[in-house]
Design a protein. Structure first.
Length: 667
């Protein structure tokens, strides 16, 4: 087969439009800006770079979309709904692949039109694609074009590359990229290669970067397809049944495109999950406790969990899909919701599956971490234990890499940054990063990280259980008061602005990437066996730091420093502590008397000693410190010993991913 299924090809063509200025009736045809396509009622998906030059400085501008098979070819008023760009791009700025999507909404709703089918998968293996859109004809009139292209390369999470034997015309940016094997749209054409054939596309999975707007979009998409004709054959799903990518459907134990349409349409009526964790854990359990293959993107919506059930490109087994749907029903019931329509359909569909496996669905139970306490049960422990390896709890990790350069060069004293999500099992995905250019000055880090962190926390925080934040940075920057970072300039009264008040915040040593050394492992394991941690003044009063102070410390010892650790004796002491394998340390970040310790130093050591006396085991320490910060925030006690305290908590059982690229050089 050298082309797409003819019916799916026609449906994709019917959903495709081009974008152009809105002019009075009777005006000559204006030049088109680019292509787009309907993904949900009234919503067109295109590339952000198609609109950016036209809307720069006026994002509210009304423009037009026009399709030869939409409203009789009439130009329809539309406006920008949302794009993935961070602010207005600079003129001539090349927009990164992961940010190059935009949603356009028709001004007047209620119009009937075709919508493409968007893939629910992230394990796209590449292959033959069909791209069709609009290009300008001589004189400016928009005309249709179509090309077959083979996707044979990938850029990071959201970039698709075409072989150089494909030719894309100007104006094609924003065109749908159809996978001919499955009959699903997998990408949005981004660019052709200057002076050569071939080009790039944005994977539709980049829509997950829309944050809270993602769930309503895919729900509207799935509802529309769920209500489309089911018997005439003139719709996406019926034709997908006949494609090789859907498998051979000879029995009820196989999951068909029709099943998928029904399931996703019903999931669209279920309220969004409380973050990423429920989706990932329910999908894992439906897969028999085995995580999805490496490389899968984080699941934000119930639809994404369904997409995690595929295995090596093969259609999902019916029993696995029904198990997942039943778990969603159970989860929604724990929230007091009503998923009865989904439950009834699962029960009906289950009758087509061999009875021997019915108990997988009928006796489905939630993973322990998602089961709420029973009525009348004893309240949970007041202190939250820090996540350990293997318990499935999610941690957000910020990695700050110094940009190496000679003093005075653009990169000197700056950072590249990356934000990861780590569940301590097999999920350790970078979600946002800046690894190019001159880097970011230390004083500007919060401004650059604020938006991405707010987005990530919104997806991973469970109700009443904000995910911990780990910041991995060089030792020479350990005095960065991360716990004072403010992620919003105007916080709600019940949600403090300071990150260290609302969630556990700890520091890690960026130099400890990769597999931990034996000394560090032995000390950590001995500390875990020793039970309650003990504060040890470091260095001892009226002494200079020496390596033996740390090498001779007992397994339960936690070094406590009443001084900053980026200069002088504090820097030497923390360096010796790290060399001796210490994984936990506590210090004061705000300065120290020039000649010996003062009264505050004694208060700091006394307070740290009391804090550790109340701590039954090391995993309690980050939350106990957070509670102190919460008290300080409420009382506004700027003189409290813990107001300036920083905590190193560097568990070798959850190592930072190795970085094989070596030092980052300044350009």
């Amino acid at each position: 087969m050298s082309d797409a299924d003819p019916v799916i090809d026609a449906l994709a063509r019917a959903a495709t439009v081009h974008l152009l200025p809105l002019l009075p009736p009777g005006s000559p045809d204006p030049p088109l800006w680019g292509t787009g396509f309907f993904v949900a009622p009234g919503l067109v998906l295109t590339c952000a770079h198609v609109l950016a030059p036209q809307l720069r400085g006026d994002r509210g501008r009304i423009f037009a979309v026009r399709g030869s098979e939409v409203a009789g070819g009439e130009a329809l008023p539309a406006r920008l709904e949302r794009w993935l760009l961070d602010g207005d791009p600079r003129p001539e700025q090349r927009i990164p692949v992961a940010q190059d999507l935009a949603l356009v909404r028709l001004v007047d709703g209620g119009l009937e039109h075709e919508c493409v089918w968007l893939t629910d998968r992230t394990d796209y293996a590449g292959g033959r694609g069909v791209v069709q859109g609009y290009r300008p004809e001589e004189g400016g009139r928009a005309v249709r074009w179509k090309a077959t292209a083979r996707i044979n390369g990938f850029d990071d999470d959201h970039g698709l590359r075409f072989r150089p034997d494909a030719e894309f015309p100007p104006g094609g940016s924003g065109s749908p990229v159809l996978d001919a094997h499955t009959g699903a749209v997998v990408g949005v054409l981004k660019s052709r290669r200057a002076g050569r054939d071939g080009g790039t596309a944005v994977a539709v999975t980049a829509l997950r970067r829309l944050g809270p707007a993602y769930q309503p979009l895919v729900a509207a998409h799935d509802r529309w397809h769920g209500q489309s004709p089911k018997a005439t054959g003139h719709n996406w799903i019926e034709r997908q049944q006949q494609l090789p990518g859907s498998g051979v459907h000879t029995g009820g134990d196989q999951w068909s495109p029709r099943d998928r349409r029904e399931a996703l349409g019903l999931l669209a009526a279920v309220p969004p999950p409380d973050g990423i964790r429920p989706v990932a854990e329910l999908a894992r359990k439906a897969r028999g406790g085995v995580a999805a293959p490496p490389g899968q993107l984080l699941p934000y919506a119930w639809r994404d969990g369904h997409g995690l059930l595929y295995e090596a490109g093969a259609p999902v087994a019916a029993i696995a899909a029904l198990h997942y749907l039943q778990l969603v029903v159970a989860y929604e019931r724990t929230r007091g919701g009503d998923a009865s329509a989904l439950a009834a359909w699962v029960a009906r569909r289950l009758q087509e599956v061999p009875r021997i496996v019915h108990t997988v669905v009928t006796e489905a139970s939630l993973p322990p971490g998602l089961v709420p306490p029973a009525p009348g049960a004893a309240p949970a422990a007041s202190v939250v234990r820090y996540p350990r390896p293997g318990d499935g709890a999610t941690v957000v990790v910020v990695e700050l890499d110094p940009v190496l350069g000679a003093p005075g060069t653009p990169g000197a004293g700056r950072f590249y940054w990356r934000i990861r999500v780590d569940d301590g099992l097999d999920l350790n995905e970078p979600l946002h990063e800046n690894q190019t250019g001159e880097g970011v000055l230390p004083g500007e880090l919060v401004r650059h990280l604020r938006g991405p962190l707010v987005e990530v926390f919104a997806t991973v925080d469970a109700p009443g259980a904000p995910a911990p934040l780990e910041v991995a940075l060089p030792v020479d920057h350990f005095d960065t008061a991360v716990h004072r970072w403010q992620l919003t300039e105007m916080a709600r009264l019940h949600q403090p602005a300071y990150v260290g008040v609302r969630r556990m915040v700890v520091l890690r040593d960026i130099a400890r990437r990769g597999e931990p050394d034996p000394v560090r492992l032995r000390r950590w394991r001995a500390m875990e066996r020793a039970g309650a941690p003990v504060a040890v003044r470091t260095p001892p009063l009226r002494q200079v730091p020496r390596s033996r102070h740390f090498q001779e410390m007992g397994p339960s010892a936690v070094p406590v420093l009443c001084r900053p650790v980026t200069t002088g004796p504090g820097r030497r002491a923390i360096g010796m502590a790290l060399a001796a394998g210490c994984g936990i340390a506590l210090w004061h970040t705000d300065g120290h008397p020039d000649h010996g310790c003062g009264d505050f130093c004694e208060r700091f050591h006394d307070g740290a000693a009391r804090l550790l006396e109340q701590t039954a085991e090391p995993v309690e320490l980050p939350d106990r410190l957070r509670r102190l910060r919460d008290d300080i925030s409420g009382t506004r006690n700027g003189g409290h010993w813990a107001e300036s305290a920083a905590l190193l908590y560097d568990d070798p059982g959850r190592p930072l991913p190795a970085d094989d690229s070596g030092p980052v050089d300044s350009p």
